[in-house]
Write a protein that binds this ligand. Structure first.
Ligand SMILES: [Mn+2]
Length: 277
C-alpha cells in the first residue's frame, strides 16, 4: 500500500512538472505592437511597397503572436460609407482577415487619420477596434495603450478639430458628399497636414522630442499616478521611436512609424523590446 502511494505521488509530481516546459518553450507567447503606417501616401505605388512590407511583418509576427496591436493611422485616410469603403489595400485587408481567421486577435486603435473606422473592419475582418486608450494585462504585466493624439496638456487647436471630425452630424454631412469628391478633399487635407509635420521633423528632431516630453510624458505620469501598477505605456502618433524609463517600474515606448523607421515593439512576457524590421 505504501509503495503504491509513493509511486502515485511520483507520477503526480512528474505530471505537474512536465507540462510546464512545453508551454514555456513552444507556445506562442508574444504581443506585437506597431503604429502609423499611413497607407495611401505619398502615392499608390510607394504605398504598395510599404503595404507589402507590412504584410511580410504580419506573416513573421503571426508565427509566435498571441495578439497583434496596430496602434493607429493604419491608413492615411479611411472613411466608411454605408455601402462603400475607400479603394485599395486589398492585400492587407486579406492578410488581416487570414490572421484573425487563424485565431490570432488583431487590434486596431483609431488614430487621427483613421478615426472614421466604424464597423466594416470589425464585421469583415474581425478586427477589434479601439476608440480610446486601453488598460491591458499581458502575462502578469500591466500596460497602457493609446494612439497618442490629443493626449497631454496643450494642443487645443487639434483637440478642437478632433471634436469637429468626431461629431456624428459632421460625419453625416461628409457622407452626403460623393466619395470621389469627399475622399479627394480629405486626402488633400491629410497630405497637407502630413507635409507640415514632416517638414517640422526635418527642420528639427528636437521639436518632436520636446512635444513627446511636453504632452505624452506628462500624460504618462498622470496615468501612473492613478495606476502605479502599470509597467509599460505604449503610444504611436509621433513617428519617432523612443524608449524612456519613467519610474523604477515604468517605461514609455513611442513606436515610431512605417514611413521612415519601420519599428515595432514585442513583449514576450519578460522583455519589451523596440526593434526595427
Ligand atoms: Mn497619428
Amino acid at each position: 500500500m505504501n509503495g503504491f502511494w509513493n509511486s502515485s505521488e511520483k507520477v503526480q509530481a512528474k505530471s505537474n512538472f512536465f507540462p510546464k516546459l512545453p508551454q514555456i518553450s513552444f507556445m506562442p507567447k508574444k504581443i506585437y505592437f506597431a503604429s502609423d503606417f499611413h497607407l495611401g501616401i505619398p502615392d499608390h505605388d510607394s504605398s504598395l511597397i510599404r503595404e507589402k512590407k507590412l504584410i511580410t511583418w504580419l506573416e513573421m509576427a503571426r508565427l509566435d503572436a498571441d495578439e497583434i496591436y496596430l496602434m493607429g493611422d493604419l491608413f492615411d485616410f479611411w472613411f466608411e460609407y454605408k455601402t462603400a469603403i475607400p479603394r485599395g489595400y486589398a492585400r492587407l485587408l486579406g492578410k488581416l482577415a487570414e490572421i484573425t481567421d487563424a485565431g490570432i486577435p488583431i487590434h486596431l486603435f483609431r488614430g487621427n487619420h483613421d478615426m472614421w473606422a466604424f464597423d466594416y473592419l470589425t464585421q469583415e475582418l474581425n478586427i477589434q477596434l479601439h476608440r480610446n486608450p486601453e488598460f491591458r494585462e499581458f502575462y502578469g504585466k500591466h500596460f497602457y495603450l493609446a494612439h497618442g493624439d490629443g493626449l497631454g496638456p496643450g494642443d487645443h487647436g487639434y483637440k478642437f478639430i478632433k471634436k469637429v471630425f468626431a461629431s456624428p452630424v459632421n460625419q453625416w454631412l461628409f457622407r452626403l458628399l460623393h466619395p470621389d469628391l469627399g475622399i479627394k478633399m480629405a486626402l488633400f487635407w491629410s497630405r497637407k497636414s502630413r507635409k507640415v509635420s514632416m517638414e517640422n521633423e526635418r527642420r528639427d528632431e528636437d521639436i518632436t522630442l520636446k512635444l513627446i516630453q511636453q504632452r505624452i510624458t506628462v500624460h504618462s505620469h498622470k496615468i501612473l499616478d492613478q495606476h502605479p501598477e502599470i509597467s509599460y505605456l505604449i503610444y504611436g502618433h509621433y513617428h519617432y521611436p523612443l524608449d524612456t524609463r519613467l519610474t523604477d517600474n515604468a517605461r514609455q515606448l513611442v513606436l515610431g512609424d512605417w514611413i521612415t523607421h519601420f519599428t515595432y515593439a514585442v513583449f514576450d512576457g519578460e522583455q519589451l523590446e523596440l526593434k526595427t524590421f
